[in-house]
Write a protein that binds this ligand. Structure first.
Ligand code: G3P
Length: 197
């Protein structure tokens, strides 16, 4: 049990690094939480107009999820699940930001890659397909995470599907404002600062 607690603490700390906030601040673009949706994720970093910074945020937020999982492989499936869940929770509820973190899209996908790469790939494909056709980052996330438990069942195991379901439920909960905007027709498309009338 001590081992699992240590794994959880380590993964949480890794997941809680707010790369979007750190990178935009380092680039002299101010506080990302005062821009666009106020989220610390790559979609909102893109609203600063800096594509490279958004891509780096996406990559690093994803990588921390993958790393957390891969580093504890020696501790078996339970260790890996604890690491994946806590890295994801670290991104959503970082102690450094008063527990107000991101929406978990990139970090969750990184965790999926670490757990079972075909699962990560399937969810990324669902995200990309939706994003390129409909141009809503949030909707792409909702589609990808709806597919996640099914893909996890298919490519990995029922236990992985359960973890994917928990992660997906949290992603949906974090997107409640986006869901309302999508339904109201006011959600901005990718790269847009505000929705056009
Ligand atoms: O990655 C989060 C994305 O799905 C929505 O981001 O900034 O539009 O709320 P945002």
């Amino acid at each position: 049990i001590t081992t699992y607690l240590l794994i959880a603490a380590f993964a949480y700390l890794l997941g809680s690094i707010p790369f979007g906030l750190l990178l935009t601040r380092a680039a002299g673009l101010g506080d990302i939480r005062a821009i666009g949706s106020g989220n610390i994720g790559a979609t909102n970093v893109l609203r600063t107009g800096n594509k490279a910074l958004a891509a780096t945020t996406l990559l690093l937020d994803g990588l921390k999820g993958t790393l957390a999982v891969v580093w504890v492989h020696a501790y078996g499936q339970h260790g890996v699940f604890v690491a994946g869940l806590f890295a994801f929770l670290g991104h959503l509820f970082p102690v450094w930001l008063g527990f107000k973190g991101g929406k978990g899209v990139a970090t969750g996908l990184g965790v999926f890659y670490g757990l079972c790469w075909p699962l990560g790939l399937a969810c990324c494909a669902a995200w990309l397909l939706t994003a390129f056709t409909l141009r809503f980052s949030s909707l792409a996330a909702l589609v990808a995470y709806a597919a996640a438990p099914i893909a996890a069942w298919y490519f990995a195991s029922p236990k992985t599907a359960l973890l994917a379901l928990i992660i997906a439920a949290l992603v949906y909960w974090k997107h409640s404002a986006n869901i309302s905007r999508l339904l109201a027709g006011t959600e901005p498309r990718i790269g847009q600062k505000k929705a056009t009338a």
